[in-house]
Ligand binder design. Structure first.
Ligand code: PRP
Length: 190
């Protein structure tokens, strides 16, 4: 008689929502209204900061009501491993359009230490844009090491490692439709 095969029950780690998909959607609509009001009769360029902002930017852009919007992306990586910031962001992709004489809105998923946004603003500041403003869905002020302006902010959050809605941990969990706090037991995994 064959031995009974026992299949271990695999349970997916629970990532509790900090902001539900509905709460995010509501806040994104409010931000888009603020942005629409601020750029009336202008033709701004929305610059999504990859990779984390890809979902936020897509939702935000669709909620704005501006007659002429351009969209581009810059790539920046600040976390080399796990939850620690390298403090030296690396540019992985530059803009493909000329921003001179345009209003630019940098769109970030999260501002943590501030180094990524500071680096991006330095790079773009010499390209003759009419203005450069910033929009971030999340800000963690407790972790800030360099001051950066956030003109449009979704939520201020405590010093917890969050994932979902574009945000990752070691490139995982970006696809979650909500934003949740990564449980401590998962933070040691790569
Ligand atoms: C994250 C996030 C921001 C940056 C914020 O990007 O998307 O760009 O960190 O951190 P900082 O304020 O400490 O610089 P990450 O480097 O993890 O790359 P990703 O967007 O590809 O996930």
């Amino acid at each position: 008689m064959l031995p009974e095969i026992i299949t271990p029950e695999i349970t997916a780690p629970k990532i509790e929502p900090l902001f539900t998909a509905e709460a995010i959607h509501e806040r994104v609509k409010e931000l888009a209204d603020e942005i629409t009001a601020d750029y009336q009769n202008e033709e701004p360029v929305l610059v999504g900061v990859l990779k984390g902002s890809f979902i936020f930017l897509a939702d935000l852009a669709r909620e704005t009501n501006l007659h002429a919007l351009q969209i581009d992306f810059m790539g920046v990586e600040s976390y080399k491993k796990g939850t620690k910031s390298s403090r030296q962001p690396i540019i992985t992709k530059d803009l493909s359009i000329d921003i001179s004489d345009h209003h630019v809105l940098l769109v970030e998923d999260i501002v943590d230490t501030g180094y990524s946004l500071q680096t991006l603003m330095k790079i773009l500041s010499v390209r003759s844009a009419k203005s450069i403003k910033t929009c971030a869905l999340l800000s963690k002020p407790d972790r800030r090491e360099v001051e950066v302006p956030i003109d449009f902010l979704g939520f201020t959050i405590p010093d917890e490692f969050v994932v979902g809605y574009g945000l990752d941990f070691n490139q995982k969990y970006r696809e979650l439709p909500y934003i949740g706090i990564l449980p401590k037991e998962l933070q040691g995994q790569t």
